[in-house]
Design a protein around this ligand. Sequence first.
Ligand code: SME
Length: 159
Amino acid sequence: MSMADELLITGSNKRERYESLYPQLQALLSGEDDLIANMANVSAALKEGFGFFWVGFYRVLGDQLVLGPFQGPVACTRIAYGKGVCGTAWKEGQVVVVPDVDRFPGHIACSSLSRSEIVVPVWSDNRLIAVLDIDSDQLDTFDEIDAHHLVKICGLLNG
Ligand code: SME
């Protein structure tokens, strides 16, 4: 896929939409080995394809997560290990799904409009190098369908 091509995300439910997005992202990312550029395009594709409130990456830099490429309102720039949903996903090395952010102890509110959230680790050479964070302005947006497909998409970011 050339840089100027647009993504075409089709499907009547989110599983179909993820399935139509994945091969297009695979083609787009395989032509580029810069991690930041690829994180930027993943953020844009997910924001545009699903209309999420906020989509972005936090990269592991030393003992903190630092804001990386994202789409949406300005956000907190640094998150400590084990803190918030992002720092918890980093510490546990697992996907964290939060149906209601007000019920997640220690949730970091970058925006008061965020109601539910999913955070997915990004691995490279068996190291957790970043997390993908997606926020919704609705309750209970994310489930195992999102988790499954977002893990696959993050698997494309192994540069
Ligand atoms: N809510 C996240 C912080 C990042 S923002 O949502 C963009 C957390 O608790 O880690």
